[in-house]
Design a protein around this ligand. Structure first.
Ligand SMILES: Nc1ncnc2c1ncn2[C@@H]1O[C@H](COP(=O)(O)OP(=O)(O)OP(=O)(O)O)[C@@H](O)[C@H]1O
Length: 256
């Protein structure tokens, strides 16, 4: 579990995060949502240690990241998998070599064991047949799947995904969402996803945190969203006519 307590972050005189408390459980997909500029990326960067907050705690199963020394932080980083907005694969390496990369950097296993692990991860995302291709030769959705295989290669306890669906069509986005959701359960990981994608919220939002102008405005499950009376949340989620219709149908079925 990851817990954050009283997190505050400013840049010069601009306060971006205001006293955020939240917890993210194992085996669940936790989503951070909010308008552009509300502070989601800064929050996730504080959680993974790329930014240091002025105040607050970031606890990884009780271990406070903010107070860790360099050695302990490096150890913790090995327990983290990350999937960035652009899949951020190495273009000059094959799919297989991309997945081998973290294993070659951090694992003490033999070459044979590392190769077996890389193939296992590629198989898990249904890409073993593309192992010799290069990122430029495969689709955006396949690149994201390679990024997922690479992120889980070291068997992380914590998985962070920044806009995993950016640039993907709705159907491919669903495949990526389901994959992240299934893997989270299978490995009992703590997964935090930063997203704008309302389909993701409705599909895999086991826990949703809504950030508004740097503070936590609301939290709940995807089902709680339909019955929430929080006006800011409603304005944000049900901005489109289509989602407004979905809400009406959902509320009717809850009432009936
Ligand atoms: N390094 C920085 N220096 C100064 N201001 C920053 C820095 N990083 C972020 N900010 C500011 O913090 C605020 C929140 O930015 P952030 O990137 O977290 O928003 P976001 O919710 O992730 O937006 P989006 O959904 O568009 O990615 C913005 O006003 C941004 O300009």
């Amino acid at each position: 579990m990851i817990e954050i307590k009283g997190l505050c972050k400013s840049f010069e005189d601009k306060t971006v995060l205001k006293d955020i408390d939240a917890y993210f459980e194992n085996g669940k997909t936790n989503l951070i949502i909010g308008q552009s500029g509300s502070g989601k990326t800064v929050l996730i960067k504080c959680i993974v240690g790329l930014l240091t907050p002025e105040k607050g705690e970031v606890l990884y199963d009780g271990r406070n990241l903010i107070q860790m020394g360099k050695k302990e932080k490096n150890q913790l980083r090995r327990e983290m998998g990350m999937i960035f907005q652009s899949a951020a694969l190495f273009d000059s390496m094959s799919v297989f070599e991309n997945v081998m990369f973290p294993l070659n950097m951090f694992s003490n296993d033999t070459l044979r064991e590392r190769a077996r692990r890389a193939m296992f991860c590629l198989d898990r995302v249904n890409l073993s047949e593309a192992k010799d291709k290069y990122p430029g030769e495969i689709s955006g959705g396949m690149q994201k799947r390679v990024a997922i295989a690479r992120a889980i290669a070291l068997n992380p306890q914590y998985l962070f995904c920044d806009e995993p669906n950016s640039g993907l069509d709705p159907k491919t986005s669903l495949i990526i969402d389901d994959l992240i959701h299934d893997i989270t359960r299978e490995y009992n990981m703590t997964t935090i996803i930063n997203t704008h994608d309302m389909n993701s919220v409705m599909g895999i939002g086991e826990k949703v945190i809504y950030i508004y102008e740097g503070h936590k405005e609301w939290e709940g499950t995807k089902n709680d969203i339909f019955t929430s009376t929080n006006e800011r949340l409603n304005n944000f989620i049900f901005a489109s006519d289509l989602l407004q219709k979905v809400k009406e149908v959902e509320v009717q079925s809850l009432e009936g």
